[in-house]
Unconditional design. Structure first.
Length: 286
């Protein structure tokens, strides 16, 4: 079976066009434009490149974007003060603190200092709790993007065995809960999992979110499986996923490439969350 490529760039574009229309409608009704404010501490090149992608995404759909860049030596209390100001700033609908932060600043404390109504990354414990309870919330962008990618490409989730490799708070854990919500039977694997290959072979849907180039090989993939590759690994000038793409695509029924798979969906869901935040704040919150 030759793999069928799920084009995240095209799916993201379709969704962005809808978001653009909704942003225009929002403007017509409220005479204001949704706004995302991004805070970066320091000047890490990878972070700056991710921020550039977010800025371009905002521009394409007509969402206002502002970058507040603080020096590397910024204190935790100074960052919290800035977030406090943005929490009550009527013009800012979404607040995103670019991670990772310098080691002297607690990421948990910073995430918790953002009001849940403006937490467009969906990392605040209140949003995580609401997601697990199945209550309306901001969903973390990458897992949300994966679910949208599956749905928009008419891939059925219900009743399927889904195997997730990776259990981080930003990808592995939330995608597992979202797949469960869609009625998949979910297995979560991690670095201590025994017989990883056997577990992966059970997956009708296999999500790789590990951060190790090409670690998912063709002998680990069930014939006809849907393979979602979240990994972004820079090796020299090139980007690799966590999946050995060239070989796995011969076994898989569907597969996402890197780049051009999950990545474009992640930014698109950030735009959707920012629009949702603007609408919510206009009507008084969750
Ligand atoms: P983390 O490093 O936070 O988590 C990696 C997970 O993989 C951990 O749960 C770890 O297990 C598990 N793991 C590590 N080694 C193995 C192994 N040999 N076998 C099984 N499991 C293993 O990474 P993230 O979740 O933040 O990111 C994962 C990848 O996705 C990265 O490449 C990242 O760049 C990419 N990414 C892409 C995004 C996109 O938009 N496309 C967005 C976010 C991330 P344990 O918990 O036991 O340590």
């Amino acid at each position: 079976v030759s793999g069928k490529i799920i084009n995240g760039t095209i799916t993201a574009k379709t969704i962005r066009n809808k978001i653009k229309e909704e942003v225009e409608e929002f403007y017509k009704k409220n005479n204001k434009v949704p706004k995302l404010t991004v805070i970066l501490v320091g000047n890490d090149p990878a972070s700056l490149s991710y921020i550039k992608g977010k800025k371009n995404g905002c521009k394409k759909v007509g969402i206002d974007f502002e970058l507040l860049q603080l020096p590397e030596e910024t204190k935790e209390s100074e960052l919290i003060n800035l977030i406090d100001k943005l929490n009550s700033d009527k013009n800012t609908n979404g607040i995103l603190v670019q991670l990772p932060l310098p080691k002297d600043i607690s990421e948990d404390k910073i995430i918790e200092s953002i009001v849940p109504e403006k937490d467009v990354d969906g990392f605040h414990p209140v949003n995580i709790g609401r997601m697990i309870a199945g209550i309306d919330s901001f969903l973390p962008c990458t897992p949300y993007g994966i679910i949208k990618l599956l749905k928009e490409n008419n891939i059925n989730i219900e009743g399927k065995n889904a195997v997730v490799v990776g259990r981080s708070n930003i990808v592995g854990k939330p995608i597992s809960f979202l797949l469960l919500k869609e009625n998949a039977t979910v297995t979560i694997c991690h670095s201590k999992t025994k017989d990883l290959k056997e577990k992966c072979l059970q997956g009708d849907i296999l999500v790789a979110a590990v951060g190790k180039p090409k670690m998912i090989t063709d002998d680990m993939v069930k014939d006809g499986a849907v393979v979602i590759d979240v990994g972004i690994n820079r090796v020299g000038e090139k980007l690799y996923g966590d999946v050995d793409y060239e070989k796995v695509k011969e076994v898989a029924g569907f597969i996402t490439p890197v780049p051009g798979g999950v990545g474009p969906m992640t930014i698109t869901m950030l735009l959707e969350n920012t629009l949702k935040a603007a609408k919510l704040q206009n009507t008084g919150g969750f």
